[in-house]
Design a binder for this molecule. Structure first.
Ligand code: ADP
Ligand code: ASP
Ligand code: MG
Length: 410
């Protein structure tokens, strides 16, 4: 009998009526002979609501241990409700929190990593004909404290469970019917991809496509978990994440998808000395603050000085600006400037490897749409540009058209 791990996102479990519909869907699959482990998220909006409550209590820096205790309740509600709905349909089912399973993680509250999952109870339940319902997004550390896996983390819970149970497939059910060439909410002509390579999905997720959490994709790649994204309520094959490198396909599209992120901020340290150690003097302490720096550009000037520009997550903007402003003299910088109203657009495709000129095609399309480019960064299978946030949608649509993503066969 095939074993499936099925994850349902927040919108999919957003009301009791929807939970009942999922229960019926699971009953059909169970009746057809599938062994099933289900991983629900919290009801849509619930995690945000809980975060806001926590901020009311601790307006400055929220205590992350307590935040995890609070946030994990969102998924505790849906596992119990879904299990009740399954039982009401006459099925045998049982719910487990991350602690009960147990999903063992490291100690980093609010962005914990899964280290191990106990499978004994789950296998026993499955063998006895039960549907097993495991809370997404949460785990427990070696001290017995509840941890959570970062926003969107129930994708990772599902993939990690699928890896631990050696499931035949991990199915991510969501409010779109697969992975699209770009977010269909921004470009209505976006097209569903029947398959996407693991490498491309990894780039898309890391560059802002939140349809899958990046850690889920990393985990799937590491353990070779067959992974599929599907619609919760529409029938269809969805999108399969594949692990071949696409070399066999001559018709491989040059660009498979366009990712974007609105959460960017750009910071410029002006007029620092162009000498060994400058980059480290600026970025070392920022990394010590646990702040992730993304794109980095340094211009070599004619005189002895250089300008140093980089991007961070928009939430970290104020913190980094304050920090650098305070260290301006120490760094010998003329001034610090920044802009937290920028966004990043990226084109992604393994086809880029074997074709030159994709970046200039991208710049041409954006120039024709009158979109001004800030920072640019490239890697083997992606090109990213920073733009004014007001030009994000325009830029995404222009690129979607320029690379003919509506009609490119995959
Ligand atoms: P869930 O609550 O089910 O986890 P998410 O909101 O986390 O759902 O992810 C699904 C959303 O991801 C879609 O509604 C869509 O707006 C967005 N999205 C962004 N990029 C893409 C893409 N390339 N393909 C499909 N969906 C995308
Ligand atoms: N409920 C969590 C969140 O909103 C986890 C998830 O939905 O994947 O981020
Ligand atoms: Mg999600």
């Amino acid at each position: 009998m095939a074993l499936y791990v099925k994850k349902f996102g927040g919108t999919s479990v957003g009301s009791t009526e929807r939970i009942q519909r999922i229960a019926q869907k699971l009953k059909d699959a169970h009746d057809a002979g599938e062994k099933i482990v289900v991983v629900p998220s919290a009801m849509s909006g619930e995690t945000n609501r809980l975060v806001a409550l926590a901020r009311e209590m601790m307006p400055g820096v929220v205590d992350l241990r307590e935040l995890d205790v609070l946030l994990s309740t969102g998924e505790q509600v849906t596992i119990a409700l879904l299990t009740m709905a399954l039982k009401a349909l006459g099925l045998d089912a049982r719910s487990y929190t991350g602690t009960q399973v147990k999903v063992l993680t490291d100690h980093s509250h609010s962005k914990a990593r899964i280290q191990h999952i106990d499978t004994d109870k789950i296998f026993k339940d499955l063998d006895e004909g039960r549907i097993v319902v495991v809370a997404g997004f949460q785990g427990v550390n070696s001290d017995g404290d509840i941890t959570t896996l970062g926003r969107g983390g129930s994708d990772t819970s599902a993939v990690a469970l699928a890896a631990a149970l050696k499931a035949d497939e991990c199915q991510i059910f969501t409010d779109v019917d697969g992975v699209y060439t770009t977010d269909p909410r921004v470009e209505s002509r976006a097209r569903r991809l029947e398959r996407i390579t693991f490498e491309e999905m990894l780039e898309m997720a890391s560059l802002g496509s939140k349809v899958l959490q990046i850690r889920a994709v990393e985990f799937a790649g590491k353990y070779n978990v067959p992974l599929r994204v599907l619609s919760t309520f529409e029938p269809g094959e969805g999108t399969l994440i594949t692990y071949d490198d696409g070399e066999s396909s001559m018709e491989q599209a040059l660009v498979s998808g366009i990712a974007f992120s609105r959460d960017e901020a750009q910071i410029k340290v002006n007029g620092v000395m162009d000498k060994p150690g400058t980059a480290y003097a600026i970025l070392g302490p920022i990394s010590d603050l646990n702040i992730e720096v993304d794109m980095i550009v340094q211009n070599q000037a004619e005189d002895e000085t250089t300008d140093f520009t980089f991007t961070v997550h928009r939430d970290d903007y104020e913190k980094v600006m304050d920090f650098l402003e305070n260290r301006k003299n120490e760094l010998g910088a003329k001034s610090i400037s920044g802009n937290n109203r920028v966004a990043k657009i990226s084109i992604v495709g393994v086809g880029m490897r074997s074709h030159a000129g994709i970046a200039s095609q991208m710049f041409k399309a954006l120039a024709e749409a009158n979109v001004n480019l800030g920072l640019i960064s490239t890697s083997e299978i992606k090109v990213s540009v920073v733009v004014d946030e007001n030009y994000l949608e325009l830029g995404v649509r222009a690129l979607h058209e320029a690379f003919e993503l509506e009609s490119t066969p995959v």
